[in-house]
Ligand binder design. Structure first.
Ligand code: R7I
Ligand code: MG
Ligand code: MG
Length: 312
């Protein structure tokens, strides 16, 4: 891959992540959303404000852009104590961005001085299985050079807030899938079965393997958003949202806007599912394929450009 296409794909990944979040947020919990409702948001003229998903993805992108050490040494590249503090400080500065209930308590405790390992088990003693690790993880796909490195970075970036295995599996799934999407040429047809087979070894859990089987079946059946949500879930848990994002991308490969609309029409946790689908689709198809009118209105457009160049 040459430098131009690398930057184009890095921008696609980060802007896709933010755009899905911004377009999805107004539709959270709404039923009967149509393509036309979403296109109207794409074509409006006002600024597109983001939620916690983009806010924390920007923190992770900045952390990775500092390039402590080398991606082959994930323990240096992601500094757990520092990253926990950076996430908590970002929540503290703007707590109104729509954070989950569990992380809100952990972040408050961390800001007050509780060690993060203790703080993240205050609400859920087994650790949160929320999708908060997966929603922000995609930038690690830009710095890891193979699936193993990407998975290790994904786990480290997640474990400072989410200790539950399913939250970690969700983040690894989203990160490795994003890495695979980056590796495919934009004009190359995406075969769902092959794509999923590239992700499977990184997520060795029966629950997740079953979800992968269903994703491939739903692509073959040309499932609509309602069928997809019924089969895979559309909630704030990692297993109930990451597979739906993967399907939204695979059902609409080559068309990021369609992937995000599919995710939003599936309902439930629309900002997060559309954001994860947007990151996958943008990483595959590149920045130029995102709706121009909408990306220019993203609240964080300047930072997204900066980190895309740093991380590409
Ligand atoms: O995972 P997290 O950061 O939430 C991300 C979601 C995204 O949709 C964002 O857009 C934002 O809206 O929130 O935050 P957590 O608080 O760790 O988890 C989110 C939710 O998952 C919690 O508020 C709970 O409803 C649920 N949850 C659990 N419920 C019961 N038992 C997570 N873990 C558990 C659990 O162990
Ligand atoms: Mg959100
Ligand atoms: Mg959400």
């Amino acid at each position: 891959m040459d430098d131009t296409s690398r930057i184009e794909k890095a921008r696609g990944l980060l802007f896709g992540l933010a755009l899905g979040d911004c377009l999805g947020a107004p539709f959270e919990g709404k039923v009967g959303v149509t393509d036309a409702d979403i296109v109207a948001k794409e074509n409006a003229t006002d600024t597109l404000p983001h939620t916690d998903d983009t806010a924390l993805a920007l923190v992770l992108a900045r952390h990775l852009a500092q390039r402590r050490g080398d991606a082959r040494e994930p323990e240096k590249f992601v500094d757990l104590d520092l990253l926990a503090r950076e996430f908590a400080d970002t929540w503290h500065a703007e707590p109104w961005r729509g954070y989950g209930g569990g992380v809100t308590t952990s972040f408050r405790l961390i800001v007050e001085g509780t060690p993060w390992r203790e703080a993240i088990r205050a609400v859920y003693p087994e650790g949160s299985f929320g999708n908060g690790g997966a929603m922000r993880v995609a930038p690690v796909a830009l710095v890891g050079t193979d699936s193993g490195q990407v998975a290790a970075l994904a786990r480290r970036s997640t474990e400072v807030t989410h200790a539950h295995d399913d939250a970690l599996h969700g983040a690894v799934c989203q990160a490795v899938a994003t890495h695979v999407a980056l590796s495919l040429a934009p004009d190359e047809p995406v075969r769902a079965g092959d794509f999923v087979d590239s992700v499977r070894p990184a997520v060795p859990s029966p629950l997740w393997q079953d979800k992968f089987d269903r994703v491939v079946e739903l692509v073959e059946q040309r499932a609509d958003p309602a069928q997809a949500a019924a089969a895979l879930g559309n909630d704030v848990s990692a297993p109930g949202s990451v597979p739906l994002a993967l399907l939204s991308f695979l059902r609409n490969a080559g068309d990021p806007s369609a992937a995000m609309r599919f995710a939003i029409r599936a309902g439930g946790d629309t900002d997060t599912v559309a954001s994860m689908a947007g990151a996958l689709a943008g990483a595959h198809s590149g920045y130029a394929t995102l709706p121009r009118q909408a990306v220019s209105r993203l609240e964080a457009a300047a930072q997204l450009h900066l980190y895309a160049e740093h991380l590409a």
